[in-house]
Design a binder for this molecule. Structure first.
Ligand code: PAF
Length: 288
């Protein structure tokens, strides 16, 4: 595989895309600290497009906690190796001033009610800040002709839904592709934040997957879900602080009040879970 070209300015990104003049462009925005979950996104983009562009940019606007932003892993050299192995063509790795050249944007996208649930409730402003950068990046990587696709992981289910809504509601000329969650052998969903966990904390974090499996198993057998049992598993892990464990409608993300407790589960749902392990926030989900 050839080494991807690293670009740091929006002008250079535009001219590299113009020069390549691709029939199709696959774009994968990331915050770096790349792992094999990102590798899946790149692989799908590679399989479906002539030119693959990724961005590596830790977006301060989507962090509601300065300390979380400060300690977010930054590993550009290792990231370039992951990108090279996946056959990425262009890596856009700008400094914050290049993206927010006029300071923090005055005009923001408002993610509304959907953005204030779950992750939005625990991280006020997170989704508005996330859409601010995704919106910009989708414009910057837009080839202006041919097929344009952008790839996002299903692990961030609420983020994915908000991006889909932005693209549909505001007519962005890009197709959004969702890529399934990648897990360790033990079931921990891959996340850049896992690098911040000790081995013991990673072992404790496996309760997330155990709880999901418990409820997904019941759903598959059309049994009552008894979500309290999943919550109980977290109570047995003192290192893990559960934020939420809910079953929602996959189309609206509204909590399924019916059939989750005492009546047999039927239909479709999405388990959403967030927990904090050693100060590190982890999220996961599974359709049922
Ligand atoms: O999912 C992420 O890594 C980020 O939220 C994204 C989409 C790259 C925007 O900063």
């Amino acid at each position: 595989m050839k080494t991807p070209k690293v670009i740091t300015t929006r002008a250079d990104l535009k001219s590299a895309i113009r020069e390549a003049n691709p029939a199709s462009l696959g774009f994968v925005p990331t915050m770096g600290a790349l792992h094999s979950g990102h590798g899946q996104l790149f692989a799908q983009a590679r399989a479906e497009n002539e030119l693959v562009v990724i961005s590596v940019f830790v977006n301060e606007l989507q962090f509601n906690d300065v300390e979380d932003y400060r300690r977010y892993p930054r590993t550009l050299q290792a990231d370039l190796e992951v990108a090279r192995a996946a056959g990425v063509d262009l890596v856009f790795a700008p400094e914050p001033e290049e993206i927010y050249h006029a300071g923090k944007p005055l005009i923001r996208l408002d993610t509304g009610e959907l953005g204030s649930l779950y992750e939005g409730a625990s991280r006020p402003g997170h989704f508005d800040g996330m859409l601010a950068v995704v919106s910009k990046l989708l414009h910057l990587a837009d080839p202006g002709r041919g097929d344009y696709r952008a790839y996002f992981g299903q692990k961030d289910a609420q983020q994915l839904m908000l991006i889909r809504r932005m693209v549909a509601d505001l007519d962005y000329p890009v197709q959004i592709r969702a890529v399934p969650i990648v897990r360790t052998e033990n079931g921990l969903a891959l996340s850049s934040r896992n690098a911040l966990l000790s081995d013991e904390q990673q072992a404790s974090a496996l309760v997330i997957h155990r709880a999901i499996e418990l409820i997904a198993g019941r759903a598959a057998r059309n049994e009552p879900l008894h979500l309290d049992d999943a919550v109980g598993l977290f109570q047995m892990e003192p290192d893990v602080e559960l934020d939420y464990f809910v079953v929602v409608d996959p189309d609206t993300l509204q909590e399924l009040a019916f059939n989750c407790q005492d009546t047999p589960f039927t239909g479709e749902g999405l388990i959403l879970v967030a927990a904090v392990v050693g100060g590190v926030r982890l999220i996961d989900n599974q359709p049922i």
